[in-house]
Design a binder for this molecule. Sequence first.
Ligand SMILES: [Zn+2]
Length: 304
Amino acid sequence: MSRYAVGIDLGGTKVEVCVVDERRRLLARKRMPSEPERGRERVVENILRLVSETAGDLPYEAAGIGTPGTYHPADDIMYGSPHTPLYEKPGLLSLLRDKISVPLVIDNDANCLALAEFFAQCYGRYSSVMAVILGTGMGSGLILNNRLYRGPNGNAGEIGHATLDIHGRKCECGRSGCAEAYLSGPSLSRRYRELTGERLGPQEIYLRYEKGEQQARVLFEESFRLMGEVFANAVNVLDLEAIILGGGVSNIPLWYDHVPPLMMKHLFGIPHRHVPILKAVLGDSAGVLGAAFLALREMKLMEF
Ligand SMILES: [Zn+2]
C-alpha cells in the first residue's frame, strides 16, 4: 500500500504545498499567497486550506515545512527572516503544529532545497556538498557524509555571511564584507549601478556582458573571483566534493565555466581536485520537495 507525505514551502509572499509517495514521486503541487500582512491566523488558515486542497483524500502521515530563517523551538520564532516581520514574532509554527493533524517537521528553506537537489543529482556520486541559493539573499544548506548537517541550532553552513573583506560592503545582516553583499541579485545590481549609474537586474547585466560591455565585464570578472574565493573557503573548511548553485542568479550561465578554475587555485592540500559547481536541476520545486523529504524521514522512509 502506498504511503503519503506532505511538503510545505512557506515563503515571504506565497506558500506552496506538495504531496509525495514513499518512492518520492511528486503527486500534486499547488501554491497560493501566504498573506502575512493579514496576521498569523490567516497564514495558518491558508496553509491548512492548501494542504487539504492538494492532498484531497490521500491519507498523508506526516508533513515537513521549509521556512525562511532558522526556527528556534524554545522561542517559537523563525530568526533571520527580516523581510517578513510576522515570521519573527512567536507563535506561527506552534499554531500550525496544533492545528495540523500529523507530525510536523520544520527546517530552513535552503536546507530543504539542498536536500532535494542532493537526492536529484548527487546521491551515490558525492557524499558532501553545499547547496547555495543566490537570489534576493545568499542562503545555503549543507550535506556532509550523506546527512543534512544543521548544527545544534540549525544555523550551519551560512556561507552567504562569510566575510570576504572585513572593511567591505555593508551587509543586511549588520556585518561588513559578507559574500551576500557582493553576490546576491540586489548586490550585483547595486555594484553595477555604482559603475554605470544604471539600474539593471542581474540577467540584463549578463546580456550586457555577452555584448562585450566593459563595465559588465568588470563586474562579472570581479564576481567570479569573489565567488571562487568564498567557495574555496567552504571547500577548504569542509572538504566538499561539489557545490550546487540555485536561485535566480544561478540562471546566469557564466558561473559554471568561469568560477571553478578560480576556486581551484585556492584549494588547500591535495592538488588537482576537481570540485564542480553544479546548476540546480529542480527549479522552483526543490524547496517544497525537500520539505516533503523531511516528512518521509519522519516516517522512516528516507535516511539523511
Ligand atoms: Zn551578512
